[in-house]
Write a new protein. Sequence first.
Lengths: 262, 271
Amino acid sequence: MTKNVSGNAKLAIQGAGKRYGDVLALHDCSLEVEANSIVSIVGPSGCGKTTLLWSMSGLHRLSEGEIQLDGKVIVKPRPEIGLVFQEANLLPWRNLMDNILFPFEIKGQKPDRAWIDHLLDRVNLTGFEKSFPNELSGGMQQRAAMVRALSLNPSVLLMDEPFGALDAFTREEMNQLVEEIWMETHTTIVFITHSIEEALFLSDKVVVLTPRPGRVLNIYDVPFDRPRTIEVMAGKEAFDLHHRIKADIYRQERRAGAAAAE
Amino acid sequence: MSEKTDLGGRVGKGLQSLSSFGSGTTRLEIAAIIATAVTVIGGLELVLRWLDVPQYILPPPSAIAIALITDFPLILPHLGHTLVVLLSGFGIGAGVGLFLAAIITQFPFAEKIIAPYVLILVTTPMLALVPLLILWFGFGYAPRIIAVALASGPMVMINSATGFRRVDSNKIALARSYGASTLQIFRKVRAPMALPMILVGLMIGAIFGLLTAVGAEMVGGGYGLGNRLTTYSSMIQMPQFFGVVLILSFLGIMIYVIFFLIGKRWASWET
Protein backbone atom coordinates (compact mmCIF):
# COMPACT_ATOMS: atom_id res chain seq x y z
CA MET A 1 0.00 0.00 0.00
CA THR A 2 2.74 2.46 0.83
CA LYS A 3 4.88 1.65 -2.18
CA ASN A 4 4.35 5.05 -3.83
CA VAL A 5 4.82 7.23 -0.80
CA SER A 6 7.96 9.25 -0.58
CA GLY A 7 8.92 12.33 1.40
CA ASN A 8 7.97 15.41 -0.57
CA ALA A 9 4.53 14.54 -1.91
CA LYS A 10 2.00 17.31 -1.52
CA LEU A 11 -0.87 14.91 -1.99
CA ALA A 12 -0.52 11.18 -1.38
CA ILE A 13 -3.35 8.90 -2.42
CA GLN A 14 -2.94 5.47 -0.87
CA GLY A 15 -5.09 2.51 -1.88
CA ALA A 16 -8.11 4.75 -2.40
CA GLY A 17 -11.41 3.00 -3.06
CA LYS A 18 -14.98 4.19 -3.30
CA ARG A 19 -18.10 2.09 -3.49
CA TYR A 20 -21.57 3.37 -4.38
CA GLY A 21 -23.93 0.57 -3.42
CA ASP A 22 -22.92 -2.37 -5.62
CA VAL A 23 -20.72 -0.28 -7.89
CA LEU A 24 -17.05 -0.04 -7.17
CA ALA A 25 -16.07 3.30 -8.70
CA LEU A 26 -12.50 3.34 -7.49
CA HIS A 27 -10.31 0.57 -6.14
CA ASP A 28 -6.73 0.36 -4.90
CA CYS A 29 -5.84 3.67 -6.48
CA SER A 30 -2.48 5.06 -5.41
CA LEU A 31 -0.84 8.22 -6.68
CA GLU A 32 1.46 10.95 -5.53
CA VAL A 33 1.32 14.58 -6.51
CA GLU A 34 4.52 16.49 -6.02
CA ALA A 35 4.40 19.96 -4.58
CA ASN A 36 4.22 22.79 -7.16
CA SER A 37 3.49 20.44 -10.03
CA ILE A 38 0.53 20.10 -12.36
CA VAL A 39 -0.88 16.60 -12.65
CA SER A 40 -3.71 15.73 -15.04
CA ILE A 41 -5.90 12.71 -14.65
CA VAL A 42 -7.42 11.29 -17.83
CA GLY A 43 -9.39 8.16 -18.47
CA PRO A 44 -12.55 6.84 -20.08
CA SER A 45 -15.91 8.07 -18.83
CA GLY A 46 -16.94 6.54 -15.56
CA CYS A 47 -13.42 5.73 -14.41
CA GLY A 48 -13.91 7.54 -11.13
CA LYS A 49 -11.87 10.65 -11.98
CA THR A 50 -14.37 13.00 -10.42
CA THR A 51 -14.86 10.69 -7.43
CA LEU A 52 -11.12 10.75 -6.84
CA LEU A 53 -10.94 14.53 -7.08
CA TRP A 54 -13.91 15.09 -4.77
CA SER A 55 -12.29 12.73 -2.29
CA MET A 56 -9.12 14.84 -2.43
CA SER A 57 -11.24 17.92 -1.69
CA GLY A 58 -12.64 16.27 1.43
CA LEU A 59 -16.23 16.46 0.12
CA HIS A 60 -16.46 12.69 -0.42
CA ARG A 61 -15.45 10.04 2.08
CA LEU A 62 -13.46 7.13 0.71
CA SER A 63 -14.61 3.56 1.33
CA GLU A 64 -11.03 2.29 1.42
CA GLY A 65 -7.58 3.80 1.76
CA GLU A 66 -6.76 7.40 2.50
CA ILE A 67 -5.53 10.64 0.97
CA GLN A 68 -2.97 12.80 2.73
CA LEU A 69 -2.27 16.47 2.27
CA ASP A 70 1.17 17.43 3.62
CA GLY A 71 1.20 14.15 5.52
CA LYS A 72 -2.17 14.68 7.20
CA VAL A 73 -5.18 12.55 6.27
CA ILE A 74 -7.99 14.51 4.60
CA VAL A 75 -11.29 13.88 6.34
CA LYS A 76 -13.11 17.12 5.59
CA PRO A 77 -12.71 20.18 3.35
CA ARG A 78 -9.48 22.03 4.15
CA PRO A 79 -8.75 25.71 3.61
CA GLU A 80 -5.48 24.91 1.79
CA ILE A 81 -7.47 23.24 -0.99
CA GLY A 82 -9.29 25.20 -3.69
CA LEU A 83 -11.85 23.54 -5.92
CA VAL A 84 -12.96 24.53 -9.44
CA PHE A 85 -16.10 22.76 -10.63
CA GLN A 86 -17.20 21.39 -14.00
CA GLU A 87 -19.46 24.33 -14.52
CA ALA A 88 -18.42 27.72 -13.19
CA ASN A 89 -20.88 27.15 -10.34
CA LEU A 90 -21.30 30.85 -9.60
CA LEU A 91 -24.28 31.84 -7.47
CA PRO A 92 -26.63 33.50 -10.00
CA TRP A 93 -28.12 35.97 -7.49
CA ARG A 94 -24.72 37.49 -6.66
CA ASN A 95 -22.63 39.73 -8.85
CA LEU A 96 -19.11 38.73 -9.77
CA MET A 97 -17.39 40.42 -6.81
CA ASP A 98 -19.93 39.05 -4.32
CA ASN A 99 -19.34 35.61 -5.77
CA ILE A 100 -15.62 35.96 -5.22
CA LEU A 101 -16.23 37.18 -1.66
CA PHE A 102 -18.54 34.23 -0.91
CA PRO A 103 -15.81 32.02 0.61
CA PHE A 104 -14.70 34.87 2.85
CA GLU A 105 -18.27 35.38 4.06
CA ILE A 106 -18.56 31.70 4.91
CA LYS A 107 -15.27 31.72 6.77
CA GLY A 108 -15.85 35.09 8.44
CA GLN A 109 -12.47 36.14 7.08
CA LYS A 110 -11.35 39.51 5.78
CA PRO A 111 -10.67 39.35 2.02
CA ASP A 112 -7.33 40.41 0.63
CA ARG A 113 -8.65 43.03 -1.80
CA ALA A 114 -5.30 43.77 -3.40
CA TRP A 115 -4.78 40.09 -4.23
CA ILE A 116 -8.31 39.74 -5.57
CA ASP A 117 -7.89 42.84 -7.75
CA HIS A 118 -4.61 41.46 -9.01
CA LEU A 119 -6.24 38.12 -9.87
CA LEU A 120 -9.16 39.86 -11.61
CA ASP A 121 -6.68 41.84 -13.65
CA ARG A 122 -4.75 38.66 -14.44
CA VAL A 123 -7.83 36.99 -15.91
CA ASN A 124 -9.06 40.20 -17.65
CA LEU A 125 -12.16 40.65 -15.55
CA THR A 126 -11.41 44.10 -14.18
CA GLY A 127 -14.49 46.26 -14.71
CA PHE A 128 -16.93 43.34 -14.50
CA GLU A 129 -17.13 43.26 -10.69
CA LYS A 130 -20.76 44.38 -10.68
CA SER A 131 -21.89 42.06 -13.49
CA PHE A 132 -24.17 39.14 -12.76
CA PRO A 133 -23.26 35.63 -13.96
CA ASN A 134 -26.00 35.58 -16.61
CA GLU A 135 -24.40 38.68 -18.14
CA LEU A 136 -21.01 36.95 -18.54
CA SER A 137 -19.85 34.48 -21.19
CA GLY A 138 -19.03 30.90 -20.24
CA GLY A 139 -15.29 31.63 -20.35
CA MET A 140 -15.68 34.73 -18.18
CA GLN A 141 -17.73 32.77 -15.65
CA GLN A 142 -15.09 30.07 -15.43
CA ARG A 143 -12.37 32.73 -15.06
CA ALA A 144 -14.36 34.24 -12.20
CA ALA A 145 -14.62 30.78 -10.63
CA MET A 146 -10.83 30.46 -10.87
CA VAL A 147 -10.39 33.81 -9.14
CA ARG A 148 -12.78 32.66 -6.42
CA ALA A 149 -10.78 29.49 -5.88
CA LEU A 150 -7.43 31.32 -5.93
CA SER A 151 -8.52 34.25 -3.77
CA LEU A 152 -7.92 32.24 -0.61
CA ASN A 153 -4.40 31.44 -1.76
CA PRO A 154 -4.77 27.66 -1.67
CA SER A 155 -1.64 25.53 -1.85
CA VAL A 156 -3.54 22.95 -3.91
CA LEU A 157 -6.00 23.68 -6.69
CA LEU A 158 -8.30 20.85 -7.74
CA MET A 159 -9.94 21.35 -11.12
CA ASP A 160 -12.74 19.03 -12.19
CA GLU A 161 -13.03 19.19 -16.01
CA PRO A 162 -13.30 22.95 -15.68
CA PHE A 163 -13.28 23.81 -19.37
CA GLY A 164 -15.29 20.88 -20.74
CA ALA A 165 -18.30 23.05 -21.56
CA LEU A 166 -16.32 25.75 -23.38
CA ASP A 167 -15.65 25.99 -27.09
CA ALA A 168 -12.25 24.91 -28.39
CA PHE A 169 -10.72 28.40 -28.74
CA THR A 170 -11.89 29.62 -25.35
CA ARG A 171 -10.58 26.39 -23.92
CA GLU A 172 -7.09 27.02 -25.31
CA GLU A 173 -7.12 30.54 -23.92
CA MET A 174 -8.12 29.17 -20.54
CA ASN A 175 -5.31 26.62 -20.66
CA GLN A 176 -2.80 29.38 -21.31
CA LEU A 177 -4.28 31.34 -18.44
CA VAL A 178 -3.87 28.38 -16.08
CA GLU A 179 -0.27 28.07 -17.18
CA GLU A 180 0.37 31.79 -16.63
CA ILE A 181 -1.19 31.69 -13.19
CA TRP A 182 0.78 28.60 -12.30
CA MET A 183 4.02 30.25 -13.42
CA GLU A 184 3.23 33.07 -11.01
CA THR A 185 1.92 31.09 -8.02
CA HIS A 186 3.34 27.57 -8.48
CA THR A 187 0.19 26.24 -6.87
CA THR A 188 -0.01 22.45 -6.97
CA ILE A 189 -2.77 21.64 -9.46
CA VAL A 190 -4.67 18.40 -10.00
CA PHE A 191 -6.59 18.65 -13.25
CA ILE A 192 -9.29 16.28 -14.46
CA THR A 193 -9.98 16.32 -18.18
CA HIS A 194 -11.31 14.39 -21.15
CA SER A 195 -8.94 16.15 -23.48
CA ILE A 196 -5.49 14.66 -23.99
CA GLU A 197 -4.28 17.91 -25.66
CA GLU A 198 -5.28 19.87 -22.61
CA ALA A 199 -3.61 17.36 -20.28
CA LEU A 200 -0.36 17.43 -22.27
CA PHE A 201 -0.28 21.20 -22.55
CA LEU A 202 -0.79 21.78 -18.85
CA SER A 203 0.77 18.91 -16.99
CA ASP A 204 4.09 17.77 -15.63
CA LYS A 205 2.54 14.34 -15.34
CA VAL A 206 -0.45 12.76 -17.05
CA VAL A 207 -2.09 9.94 -15.15
CA VAL A 208 -4.23 7.44 -17.08
CA LEU A 209 -6.89 5.65 -15.04
CA THR A 210 -8.52 2.33 -15.90
CA PRO A 211 -12.30 2.06 -16.33
CA ARG A 212 -14.44 1.20 -13.34
CA PRO A 213 -13.09 0.48 -10.85
CA GLY A 214 -10.57 3.26 -11.43
CA ARG A 215 -6.93 2.43 -10.81
CA VAL A 216 -3.75 4.06 -12.05
CA LEU A 217 -2.78 2.41 -15.34
CA ASN A 218 0.15 4.54 -16.47
CA ILE A 219 1.84 7.78 -15.58
CA TYR A 220 3.49 9.82 -18.34
CA ASP A 221 6.07 12.54 -17.72
CA VAL A 222 5.67 15.60 -19.90
CA PRO A 223 9.14 17.12 -20.01
CA PHE A 224 8.52 20.34 -21.98
CA ASP A 225 9.68 23.74 -20.68
CA ARG A 226 7.19 26.46 -19.84
CA PRO A 227 5.68 28.50 -21.26
CA ARG A 228 4.88 25.78 -23.76
CA THR A 229 4.74 26.89 -27.37
CA ILE A 230 2.51 25.76 -30.21
CA GLU A 231 5.63 24.40 -31.95
CA VAL A 232 6.56 22.14 -29.03
CA MET A 233 2.98 20.98 -28.53
CA ALA A 234 2.73 20.16 -32.25
CA GLY A 235 6.12 18.45 -32.26
CA LYS A 236 6.96 14.77 -32.57
CA GLU A 237 7.52 14.15 -28.87
CA ALA A 238 4.12 15.55 -27.92
CA PHE A 239 2.56 13.63 -30.78
CA ASP A 240 4.04 10.36 -29.55
CA LEU A 241 2.87 10.99 -25.98
CA HIS A 242 -0.57 11.83 -27.26
CA HIS A 243 -0.65 8.64 -29.25
CA ARG A 244 0.46 6.45 -26.34
CA ILE A 245 -2.10 7.97 -23.96
CA LYS A 246 -4.84 7.60 -26.52
CA ALA A 247 -3.88 3.97 -27.16
CA ASP A 248 -4.03 3.35 -23.39
CA ILE A 249 -7.52 4.76 -23.11
CA TYR A 250 -8.88 3.02 -26.20
CA ARG A 251 -7.43 -0.35 -25.23
CA GLN A 252 -9.09 0.00 -21.84
CA GLU A 253 -12.41 0.97 -23.33
CA ARG A 254 -12.37 -2.00 -25.69
CA ARG A 255 -11.57 -4.33 -22.82
CA ALA A 256 -14.38 -2.87 -20.73
CA GLY A 257 -16.73 -3.23 -23.70
CA ALA A 258 -15.74 -6.87 -24.19
CA ALA A 259 -16.22 -7.56 -20.48
CA ALA A 260 -19.64 -5.97 -20.54
CA ALA A 261 -20.64 -8.05 -23.59
CA GLU A 262 -19.97 -11.33 -21.79
CA MET B 1 -31.29 22.46 -15.65
CA SER B 2 -34.77 21.77 -16.98
CA GLU B 3 -36.09 22.43 -13.50
CA LYS B 4 -34.41 25.79 -13.55
CA THR B 5 -35.92 26.99 -16.80
CA ASP B 6 -39.31 25.63 -15.79
CA LEU B 7 -39.17 27.71 -12.63
CA GLY B 8 -37.97 30.82 -14.34
CA GLY B 9 -40.86 30.30 -16.67
CA ARG B 10 -43.35 30.11 -13.83
CA VAL B 11 -42.30 33.41 -12.31
CA GLY B 12 -41.80 34.96 -15.68
CA LYS B 13 -44.78 33.79 -17.67
CA GLY B 14 -47.48 35.12 -15.40
CA LEU B 15 -45.73 38.45 -15.22
CA GLN B 16 -44.87 38.69 -18.87
CA SER B 17 -48.09 40.45 -19.78
CA LEU B 18 -47.12 43.14 -17.29
CA SER B 19 -43.49 43.34 -18.22
CA SER B 20 -44.37 43.73 -21.87
CA PHE B 21 -45.57 47.20 -20.87
CA GLY B 22 -42.94 49.78 -20.11
CA SER B 23 -39.73 50.41 -21.94
CA GLY B 24 -40.53 48.49 -25.11
CA THR B 25 -43.86 50.24 -25.67
CA THR B 26 -43.93 52.81 -28.48
CA ARG B 27 -46.05 55.99 -28.62
CA LEU B 28 -48.30 54.41 -31.22
CA GLU B 29 -48.94 51.40 -29.01
CA ILE B 30 -49.78 53.62 -26.03
CA ALA B 31 -52.20 55.57 -28.20
CA ALA B 32 -53.80 52.32 -29.40
CA ILE B 33 -54.17 51.05 -25.83
CA ILE B 34 -55.86 54.27 -24.69
CA ALA B 35 -58.07 54.38 -27.78
CA THR B 36 -59.23 50.80 -27.16
CA ALA B 37 -60.03 51.54 -23.51
CA VAL B 38 -61.98 54.66 -24.43
CA THR B 39 -63.87 52.78 -27.15
CA VAL B 40 -64.80 49.87 -24.87
CA ILE B 41 -65.90 52.02 -21.92
CA GLY B 42 -67.54 54.69 -24.06
CA GLY B 43 -69.21 52.06 -26.26
CA LEU B 44 -70.58 50.29 -23.18
CA GLU B 45 -71.93 53.62 -21.92
CA LEU B 46 -73.62 54.38 -25.24
CA VAL B 47 -75.08 50.91 -25.73
CA LEU B 48 -76.50 50.78 -22.18
CA ARG B 49 -78.10 54.21 -22.54
CA TRP B 50 -79.33 53.57 -26.08
CA LEU B 51 -80.97 50.26 -25.12
CA ASP B 52 -82.33 51.88 -21.97
CA VAL B 53 -80.99 49.10 -19.74
CA PRO B 54 -82.23 49.70 -16.18
CA GLN B 55 -79.50 50.58 -13.65
CA TYR B 56 -80.40 47.59 -11.41
CA ILE B 57 -79.49 45.25 -14.26
CA LEU B 58 -76.27 46.93 -15.43
CA PRO B 59 -75.37 50.54 -14.60
CA PRO B 60 -73.43 52.52 -17.23
CA PRO B 61 -69.75 53.25 -16.47
CA SER B 62 -70.46 56.93 -15.74
CA ALA B 63 -72.97 56.01 -13.00
CA ILE B 64 -70.42 53.63 -11.45
CA ALA B 65 -67.75 56.35 -11.51
CA ILE B 66 -70.09 58.91 -9.91
CA ALA B 67 -71.23 56.43 -7.21
CA LEU B 68 -67.61 55.49 -6.51
CA ILE B 69 -66.63 59.14 -6.03
CA THR B 70 -69.65 60.32 -4.02
CA ASP B 71 -69.92 57.21 -1.82
CA PHE B 72 -66.19 56.67 -1.40
CA PRO B 73 -66.16 58.17 2.15
CA LEU B 74 -68.82 55.61 3.08
CA ILE B 75 -66.90 52.73 1.51
CA LEU B 76 -63.48 53.73 2.84
CA PRO B 77 -63.92 52.35 6.43
CA HIS B 78 -65.00 49.02 4.92
CA LEU B 79 -61.90 49.00 2.72
CA GLY B 80 -59.91 49.53 5.92
CA HIS B 81 -61.60 46.55 7.59
CA THR B 82 -60.89 44.32 4.60
CA LEU B 83 -57.25 45.42 4.53
CA VAL B 84 -56.86 44.66 8.25
CA VAL B 85 -58.32 41.17 7.74
CA LEU B 86 -56.26 40.55 4.61
CA LEU B 87 -52.93 41.85 5.91
CA SER B 88 -53.06 40.24 9.35
CA GLY B 89 -54.44 36.94 8.04
CA PHE B 90 -51.93 36.84 5.20
CA GLY B 91 -49.09 37.86 7.53
CA ILE B 92 -49.84 35.03 9.94
CA GLY B 93 -50.51 32.46 7.21
CA ALA B 94 -47.47 33.39 5.13
CA GLY B 95 -45.19 33.49 8.18
CA VAL B 96 -46.26 30.07 9.42
CA GLY B 97 -46.29 28.62 5.90
CA LEU B 98 -42.80 29.88 5.14
CA PHE B 99 -41.42 28.67 8.46
CA LEU B 100 -42.96 25.20 8.07
CA ALA B 101 -41.71 24.92 4.48
CA ALA B 102 -38.15 25.77 5.57
CA ILE B 103 -38.24 23.23 8.42
CA ILE B 104 -40.09 20.44 6.65
CA THR B 105 -37.86 20.36 3.58
CA GLN B 106 -34.89 19.64 5.85
CA PHE B 107 -36.56 16.35 6.85
CA PRO B 108 -37.75 14.46 3.77
CA PHE B 109 -39.22 11.72 5.97
CA ALA B 110 -41.47 14.11 7.93
CA GLU B 111 -42.36 15.82 4.66
CA LYS B 112 -43.83 12.62 3.22
CA ILE B 113 -46.03 12.19 6.29
CA ILE B 114 -47.31 15.76 6.28
CA ALA B 115 -47.76 16.14 2.50
CA PRO B 116 -51.35 14.74 2.28
CA TYR B 117 -52.61 17.12 4.99
CA VAL B 118 -51.05 20.10 3.27
CA LEU B 119 -52.65 18.98 0.03
CA ILE B 120 -56.06 18.84 1.74
CA LEU B 121 -55.51 22.35 3.12
CA VAL B 122 -54.51 23.64 -0.30
CA THR B 123 -57.40 22.09 -2.20
CA THR B 124 -60.24 22.67 0.31
CA PRO B 125 -61.81 26.13 -0.06
CA MET B 126 -61.31 27.61 3.39
CA LEU B 127 -64.47 29.63 2.85
CA ALA B 128 -66.32 26.43 3.73
CA LEU B 129 -65.05 26.73 7.30
CA VAL B 130 -66.22 30.30 7.84
CA PRO B 131 -69.66 29.42 9.35
CA LEU B 132 -67.91 27.09 11.80
CA LEU B 133 -65.26 29.72 12.64
CA ILE B 134 -68.01 32.27 13.29
CA LEU B 135 -69.68 29.77 15.60
CA TRP B 136 -66.42 29.37 17.51
CA PHE B 137 -65.08 32.92 17.49
CA GLY B 138 -68.12 35.16 17.06
CA PHE B 139 -68.66 37.96 14.54
CA GLY B 140 -65.44 39.94 15.15
CA TYR B 141 -62.20 39.99 13.18
CA ALA B 142 -60.98 36.64 14.54
CA PRO B 143 -62.84 34.16 12.30
CA ARG B 144 -62.09 36.20 9.19
CA ILE B 145 -58.39 36.52 9.95
CA ILE B 146 -58.18 32.81 10.71
CA ALA B 147 -59.92 31.97 7.44
CA VAL B 148 -57.52 34.17 5.46
CA ALA B 149 -54.52 32.64 7.25
CA LEU B 150 -55.81 29.14 6.52
CA ALA B 151 -56.33 30.01 2.85
CA SER B 152 -53.02 31.74 2.20
CA GLY B 153 -50.70 29.73 4.50
CA PRO B 154 -50.81 26.39 2.66
CA MET B 155 -50.35 28.14 -0.71
CA VAL B 156 -47.25 29.87 0.58
CA MET B 157 -46.02 26.67 2.17
CA ILE B 158 -46.43 24.37 -0.81
CA ASN B 159 -44.72 26.77 -3.23
CA SER B 160 -41.92 27.69 -0.84
CA ALA B 161 -41.30 24.02 -0.13
CA THR B 162 -40.86 23.47 -3.87
CA GLY B 163 -38.31 26.28 -3.78
CA PHE B 164 -36.43 24.92 -0.80
CA ARG B 165 -36.38 21.45 -2.33
CA ARG B 166 -34.55 22.72 -5.42
CA VAL B 167 -31.22 21.36 -4.38
CA ASP B 168 -28.37 22.29 -6.66
CA SER B 169 -25.88 19.86 -5.16
CA ASN B 170 -22.93 21.65 -6.80
CA LYS B 171 -23.77 24.96 -5.11
CA ILE B 172 -24.13 23.23 -1.76
CA ALA B 173 -20.86 21.39 -2.38
CA LEU B 174 -19.24 24.74 -3.12
CA ALA B 175 -20.38 26.12 0.24
CA ARG B 176 -19.34 22.92 2.01
CA SER B 177 -15.90 23.06 0.39
CA TYR B 178 -15.38 26.30 2.30
CA GLY B 179 -16.53 24.65 5.51
CA ALA B 180 -20.05 26.15 5.60
CA SER B 181 -22.36 25.07 8.43
CA THR B 182 -25.89 23.78 7.80
CA LEU B 183 -27.29 27.16 8.84
CA GLN B 184 -24.89 29.02 6.52
CA ILE B 185 -25.85 26.72 3.65
CA PHE B 186 -29.49 27.47 4.36
CA ARG B 187 -29.06 31.23 4.59
CA LYS B 188 -26.60 31.74 1.77
CA VAL B 189 -27.55 29.04 -0.73
CA ARG B 190 -30.94 27.41 -0.14
CA ALA B 191 -32.93 30.51 0.81
CA PRO B 192 -31.80 32.73 -2.08
CA MET B 193 -32.23 29.82 -4.48
CA ALA B 194 -35.81 29.33 -3.18
CA LEU B 195 -36.72 33.04 -3.35
CA PRO B 196 -38.37 33.07 -6.81
CA MET B 197 -40.69 30.20 -5.80
CA ILE B 198 -41.35 31.84 -2.42
CA LEU B 199 -42.48 34.99 -4.22
CA VAL B 200 -44.80 32.94 -6.44
CA GLY B 201 -46.22 31.34 -3.28
CA LEU B 202 -46.69 34.70 -1.57
CA MET B 203 -48.48 36.15 -4.58
CA ILE B 204 -50.86 33.20 -4.95
CA GLY B 205 -51.35 33.14 -1.17
CA ALA B 206 -52.23 36.84 -1.10
CA ILE B 207 -54.77 36.47 -3.89
CA PHE B 208 -56.37 33.46 -2.19
CA GLY B 209 -56.36 35.53 1.01
CA LEU B 210 -58.25 38.35 -0.73
CA LEU B 211 -60.85 35.89 -2.08
CA THR B 212 -61.35 34.38 1.35
CA ALA B 213 -61.48 37.75 3.13
CA VAL B 214 -64.26 38.99 0.83
CA GLY B 215 -66.13 35.69 1.10
CA ALA B 216 -65.88 35.65 4.89
CA GLU B 217 -67.18 39.21 5.03
CA MET B 218 -70.18 38.23 2.89
CA VAL B 219 -71.00 35.48 5.37
CA GLY B 220 -69.94 37.30 8.54
CA GLY B 221 -71.89 40.48 7.86
CA GLY B 222 -71.55 43.85 9.57
CA TYR B 223 -68.53 45.40 7.85
CA GLY B 224 -65.92 44.89 5.16
CA LEU B 225 -66.04 45.16 1.34
CA GLY B 226 -67.61 41.70 1.08
CA ASN B 227 -70.39 42.86 3.34
CA ARG B 228 -70.84 45.97 1.16
CA LEU B 229 -71.39 43.73 -1.86
CA THR B 230 -74.26 41.86 -0.16
CA THR B 231 -75.69 45.09 1.30
CA TYR B 232 -75.62 47.10 -1.96
CA SER B 233 -77.04 44.23 -4.02
CA SER B 234 -79.85 43.67 -1.53
CA MET B 235 -80.65 47.39 -1.72
CA ILE B 236 -80.32 47.26 -5.51
CA GLN B 237 -77.66 50.00 -5.43
CA MET B 238 -75.88 48.60 -8.43
CA PRO B 239 -73.55 51.56 -9.22
CA GLN B 240 -72.18 51.31 -5.66
CA PHE B 241 -72.01 47.53 -6.00
CA PHE B 242 -69.87 47.80 -9.12
CA GLY B 243 -67.79 50.51 -7.46
CA VAL B 244 -66.85 47.99 -4.74
CA VAL B 245 -66.10 45.38 -7.40
CA LEU B 246 -63.74 47.90 -9.02
CA ILE B 247 -61.98 48.48 -5.69
CA LEU B 248 -61.57 44.71 -5.30
CA SER B 249 -60.04 44.32 -8.75
CA PHE B 250 -57.74 47.21 -7.92
CA LEU B 251 -56.63 45.36 -4.75
CA GLY B 252 -55.99 42.20 -6.77
CA ILE B 253 -53.93 44.10 -9.33
CA MET B 254 -51.96 45.80 -6.54
CA ILE B 255 -51.03 42.40 -5.07
CA TYR B 256 -49.84 41.33 -8.50
CA VAL B 257 -47.84 44.53 -9.11
CA ILE B 258 -46.20 44.50 -5.66
CA PHE B 259 -44.90 40.96 -6.06
CA PHE B 260 -43.93 41.63 -9.64
CA LEU B 261 -41.78 44.56 -8.51
CA ILE B 262 -40.27 42.60 -5.62
CA GLY B 263 -39.48 39.76 -8.01
CA LYS B 264 -37.95 42.15 -10.50
CA ARG B 265 -35.71 43.62 -7.82
CA TRP B 266 -34.67 40.45 -5.94
CA ALA B 267 -35.24 37.48 -8.20
CA SER B 268 -34.50 38.79 -11.67
CA TRP B 269 -31.47 36.52 -11.91
CA GLU B 270 -33.85 33.67 -12.62
CA THR B 271 -35.31 35.08 -15.84
